[in-house]
Design a binder for this molecule. Structure first.
Ligand code: ZN
Length: 908
């Protein structure tokens, strides 16, 4: 951004106001007004980029005045769609409003600094963030009102929830009485003003007379409550449109309720009850209720056109050619072609504002390097010692095993040593990368300071450099040791192929107290099935039919969790025993167990009301998962075994039956499918209205039967193909329960948004059958998210087939930097999704980690406990607290993000 221009127009913000007025435009045509507004917006953007804050401010305010004038016009309703196309939707205008707000704050501060000190007290009172408009509630005259978000009369779910906690708000729910009966807020100051009673032209008194006696009492409290909020199913806008009951009610309360003075302006809940249910299901009766579908006809026509111009698409090549980054900054991807609204938002983010500030003089980067190096060397040294001890132990095990020629059949404690080593190796890898980062940073520092290089500085850098080199030599030694161990392991594994293991892997788990038949259903599997398991992957076939359908479904199952009783074990902090390479399952199960909405659903037995028995898995998978999650949260066991779940899962998918290590991502994907189908009993009514292509595809996927799993984890991707010749666009939709992202090649350090940018950028395809040109054409294909799920699961494709060794996999060891808070998905969503009011920023709550190689690896989970509000490491049967700073590591394999707010758990 350009340097800020000197203030040249006024001495205080209010003085700018005289330039912001627009003339009476009631007689001008809509077309002219729209063009003018568009021009005002573009001009304002230009001024802002040029650093002229005053002119930018004036022009933005004029733009909003024009927008208000457009909305006042009598033919506005006929032109709503065009207005939205030309000037963006409420959401994009809100972003422009955010920019304006930042601008006015910055200007206020700058004016204040100009003022002599004695005047500053007086200036404070005038220091409003926005030019003063008309007081709320009075009829607004053209051109003077600048509506802010609050003035628009909307309240967010989060804010309403806060006020509910303080009992300071009265909520009027104006859905039909039938809908209200079916499901409503459990808040005691909420009541139903049925839409069938609300008529235009009514006074408040007349409406009151029609209410039920219990509602009358609540109605009477409207004058004493600090605030009143109206809600219906899904109103998103405070602008009166059409004749919806909620607006009639608003009108009655505002204009036809003379006896009552409201203590604050009446507000409308943004997104309505539909949105509230999603955010706070535990504060609603019957949270699984389905809202009636809205009529989306007015946006249908533009829904499928994603890219008006081919230049709007960021191409994969642009991203691949972007310089590889080793410094802690976003890669410089050209976003210049993204829609203006997005750009506005990004440029006004607080980070950017900070970057304008000059660096503090005492902030010498060399001090940072020294500090980072001290920390690194301490940690790395500690890790070296642990690794050394573990390696010695491992060496003695390997020698012993070779002596007995038993291959790699490892006892449980032996496996633990191996896993421990894998984890330490992974840490060592992180330290190596950190060391290289310090080297690069030091080199950059030297280049930058080549001119005023001081003797003193020189000595410091030499000292740092020698330590870096020392560390590099150690890292090289580690690498040689690691390769040697891998070599030993591959020899042992080859030996295992010729070695017939004794029945299952009894050695691989501690003996259970009772040895009866129920004890281990898994042991009863015919041995042949276990051993016929092919060693070559991937053997993953979704069409596999269940081996037997007549499993007991009526009799209550007696499950064997082989629990180890613990003392003062926290809720949800129970470990999972390793049943012979089942850590891939354990890792995923802990991530699911720490998904609060799913945990509640299982622990409270709610799931029992939604089980489907007519599907492939007979509802058995959800039963086993729920039973297990209950054990994990009862707070009594140090660890339990997931034997029954494993048995059921193995019944329906062969590859999960054996004792070989499997891919946790594959397991997760299949498990999600099964859980969804086991709970697919929420009936969605078929719609009469025309629905968008995205909704149609969604309905085809769900077959009008939905589930909690679907509502939590499933999203939808839109794939757009655009003909380069005629620019005809064609879209297809696909549902997903997780996103699989590629990692960039040849980059030790990369960023999650780099992977996202790659995934969601355009790709040239050749020979596309263009339906318009009726011949094969070159085209551009691009993905966008057309429906973001409340829980977004991201899989990092770390494994790829080794081209030189068929059947083998290579692992990408990139250290991926991903955010714990505020993962912003806005850049990757399709238009339709950008209109939805659901949040677009996510918080991390669980990570499935993978250490080592595909065949000889180990899985753990890092999860943020909703109960304790902190991170824990789930390493099979061991659960331990985890420092937040250790959540991001090069082992991260599957990331679980959510936008759902923390929920109050019913367990105590
Ligand atoms: Zn074409």
């Amino acid at each position: 951004m350009a340097q800020l221009k000197k203030l040249h127009m006024a001495d205080k913000l209010e003085d700018l106001e005289k330039w912001t007025e627009i003339k009476d435009v009631r007689n001008k045509s809509m077309k002219i007004l729209l063009n003018t507004a568009r021009k005002l917006y573009l001009t304002a953007e230009q001024y802002r980029r040029d650093g002229d804050q005053e002119l930018a401010y004036i022009t933005y305010v004029k733009y909003f005045n024009m927008l208000a004038a457009i909305r006042e016009k009598s033919d506005y309703n006929q032109h709503k769609l065009t207005v939205r196309q030309v000037l963006g939707d409420t959401e994009s205008n809100r972003r422009i409003m955010d920019t304006l707000e930042l601008l006015s704050k910055s200007l206020s501060t700058r004016y204040e600094q100009l003022m002599p000190p004695e005047n500053q007290n007086g200036a404070d009172t005038m220091n409003l963030p926005l030019p003063p408009g008309e007081p709320i509630g009075e009829p607004s005259t053209l051109a003077t009102t600048t509506p802010t978000y609050a003035q628009l009369g909307l309240i967010s779910c989060e804010e309403l929830f806060q006020r509910m906690q303080q009992n300071s708000v009265l909520v009027m729910d104006c859905r039909s009485s039938a809908d209200y009966e079916n499901s409503h807020l459990t808040y005691y100051c909420a009541f139903n003003v049925p839409e069938e009673l609300i008529m235009p032209g009514m006074s408040a008194g007349k409406l009151q007379a029609r209410l039920s006696s219990s509602a009358k009492a609540a109605w009477a409290s409207r004058s004493v409550k600090e605030s009143v909020v109206l809600m219906d199913w899904n109103t998103k806008d405070a602008q009166p449109a059409g004749n919806a009951a909620i607006y009639t009610l608003l009108d009655i309360l505002k204009n036809w309720d003379p006896d009552v003075t409201y203590r604050s302006p009446i507000q409308i809940l943004e997104g309505g009850y539909e949105f509230f249910i999603m955010m706070y299901p535990t504060h609603c009766t019957n949270p699984s209720v389905q809202p009636p579908q809205q009529n989306n006809n007015d946006i249908e026509t533009i829904d499928d056109i994603e890219y008006p111009s081919i230049n709007d698409i960021t191409m994969k090549e642009d991203i691949m050619n972007a310089p590889n980054v080793m410094h802690k900054q976003r890669p410089s991807i050209n976003r210049a072609n993204k829609p203006a609204a997005v750009r506005t938002y990004e440029q006004s983010s607080p980070n950017q504002q900070q970057q304008q500030q000059p660096a503090e003089p005492q902030d010498n980067p060399i001090n940072d390097i020294i500090r980072d190096q001290t920390v690194l060397l301490q940690r790395a040294h500690h890790n070296d010692m642990l690794l050394d001890t573990a390696a010695k132990k491992w060496q003695s095990i390997i020698e012993l095993k070779q002596l007995h020629a038993e291959g790699a059949v490892l006892s449980y404690p032996e496996q633990e040593v191996l896993y421990n080593i894998l984890q330490l190796e992974s840490k060592a890898e992180d330290y190596k990368i950190e060391n290289n980062r310090l080297r690069d940073e030091l080199n950059r520092y030297k280049e930058q300071n080549a001119m005023q290089y001081l003797q003193n500085d020189d000595e410091t850098t030499k000292r740092i450099e020698s330590k870096i080199q020392e560390r590099q030599q150690l890292d090289e030694q580690h690498e040689r040791d690691r390769l040697e161990r891998e070599h030993q392991l591959s020899i042992a594994r080859a030996a295992k192929k010729h070695y017939k293991p004794p029945a299952e892997t009894n050695a691989a788990r501690p003996l259970t107290p009772t040895g009866d038949a129920l004890n281990n259903a898994f042991n009863e599997l015919p041995q042949t099935i276990v051993s016929e398991e092919p060693a070559i992957r991937p053997a993953y076939d979704r069409s596999t039919k269940p081996q037997s359908r007549n499993v007991e479904t009526t009799a209550p199952r007696v499950r064997d969790f082989s629990p180890v009783i613990g003392h003062n074990v926290g809720r949800g902090l129970t470990g999972l025993k390793n049943l012979g390479n089942t850590c891939y399952m354990n890792s995923i199960l802990q991530c699911l167990s720490n998904t609060p909405q799913l945990m509640e659903f299982c622990v409270s037995d709610k799931y029992k009301n939604y089980i489907c028995r007519r599907n492939k898995t007979n509802g058995q998978v959800i039963e086993e998962v729920a039973a297990l999650i209950k054990e994990l949260w009862n707070g009594q066991y140090k660890c339990v075994a997931s034997r029954d779940l494993r048995y059921v899962v193995g019944q329906y998918q062969k590859i999960f039956r054996g004792v070989d290590q499997q891919d946790s991502h594959e397991f997760l994907t299949i498990l999600m499918d099964w859980l969804h189908s086991d709970l697919q009993t929420l009936r969605v009514p078929r719609q009469r209205e025309v629905i968008s292509a995205s909704e149609k595809a969604w309905m085809e996927f769900t077959k009008s039967q939905e589930s909690l799993i679907l509502h939590l984890f499933y999203g939808q991707i839109k794939s757009t193909v655009k003909c380069v010749t005629c620019t005809k666009e064609s879209a297809t939709y696909e549902c997903f329960s997780n996103l699989s992202l590629e990692l960039p090649a040849n980059a030790n350090l990369c960023y999650l948004n780099q992977c996202m940018d790659m995934y969601f950028s355009g790709e040239k395809i050749h020979g596309w059958n263009c339906p318009n040109c009726k011949t094969k054409r070159d085209a551009i294909k691009k993905l966008d998210i057309s429906k973001l799920p409340p829980v977004l699961v991201i899989h990092l494709k770390r494994f790829y087939a080794d081209p030189s060794n068929p059947g083998a996999y290579i692992k990408k060891q990139n250290y991926l930097q991903f955010p714990l808070d505020n993962l912003d998905m806005k850049p990757y969503i399709a238009r339709a999704e950008s209109r939805a009011v659901t949040p677009k920023t996510y918080q991390l709550y669980a990570v499935s980690n993978h250490y080592g190689t595909m065949e000889g690896g180990h899985y753990t989970a890092f999860c943020k406990s909703a109960h304790y509000g902190r991170w824990y490491k789930f390493d099979d049967q061991v659960v331990s607290p985890l420092d937040t700073s250790n959540v991001v590591s090069s082992a991260a394999y599957i990331l679980f993000y959510t936008w759902l707010p923390p929920m109050q758990l019913s367990i105590s």
